[in-house]
Design a protein around this ligand. Structure first.
Ligand code: GTB
Length: 225
């Protein structure tokens, strides 16, 4: 049974792989699970048919037989549990990989998203310039800790895992901020993950969707990979 995921018909990130379907695509590629994609417009994401799958009207979702999932953390964990490649075989190693997934989503991503949102929503506000160092400081606190963790290691806990996939996906949101570059081992960590063939296939697939949409040829609203 090929799972079906949903993604933006025309991603606002212009194919830079920042939308969250990228994490799911990457996980599916890492475990060698072929999948289909249903592309949605912003309008379709807020319609009843999609809200029945994703109560917040967001992408991505994941459908597999009768199973419907939303939240990328839950989806990646499910994918990682179905086939080998993203979680260690031993129970302790699996639990630690899951802990790193949660760390990425609950501890590292929130300050990054907060800075991003401030850039969109508060840039013209009188307090924006004064608040920025505080927001940057919160991110640096997390990057300092991650950089120390990866001082003598390629990956967060032994071999590459779903924890690394999620952490790298989160760190990639700093692209263009210049912040990652001030931590050479974190920049190298992200580059190492991006060099994985599975990452390359996932990135190419989401970029192809954006290119098709910008050529005005998004096609029938679905794609295969
Ligand atoms: N917690 C949910 C999950 O992990 O699945 C969050 C899902 C989510 O935020 N989805 C976004 C969405 O559907 C798309 S990925 N937004 C529409 C809405 O809420 O109405 C977030 C995203 C979008 C665009 C960029 N970008 O342009 O760089 C980056 C990230």
């Amino acid at each position: 049974m090929r799972p079906v995921i949903t993604a933006f018909e025309a991603s606002p990130d212009r194919g830079r792989g920042q939308a969250r379907d990228m994490r799911v695509r990457w996980a599916l590629e890492e475990v060698g699970q072929p999948y289909d994609v249903r592309l949605l417009s912003f309008g379709e994401m807020k319609e009843a048919a999609h809200l029945a799958l994703q109560p917040f009207g967001q992408v991505p979702t994941y459908e597999e037989g009768g199973l419907v999932l939303f939240e990328t953390g839950a989806i990646v964990l499910h994918v990682a549990g179905r086939r080998a490649g993203l979680l260690p075989a031993d129970a302790g190693g699996r639990a630690r990989a899951v802990a790193w997934m949660f760390a990425a989503l609950n501890t590292v991503e929130p300050p990054i998203v907060e800075r991003e949102q401030a850039g969109y929503a508060e840039r013209d506000a009188p307090w924006y310039k004064a608040r920025l160092p505080l927001l940057d400081g919160r991110i640096r606190q997390r990057l300092d800790a991650l950089s120390a963790r990866l001082a003598a290691a390629d990956w967060l806990d032994g071999a590459f895992s779903a924890g690394d996939l999620m952490m790298v996906s989160v760190l990639r949101r700093l692209e263009g901020s210049g912040m990652l570059e001030t931590y050479p081992n974190l920049a190298a960590y992200v580059a190492r993950a991006e060099a994985r063939p599975a990452y390359g296939r996932a990135f190419a697939a989401q970029l192809a969707v954006f290119r098709a949409a910008s050529d005005g040829g998004a096609g029938p609203g679905s794609s295969q990979t």
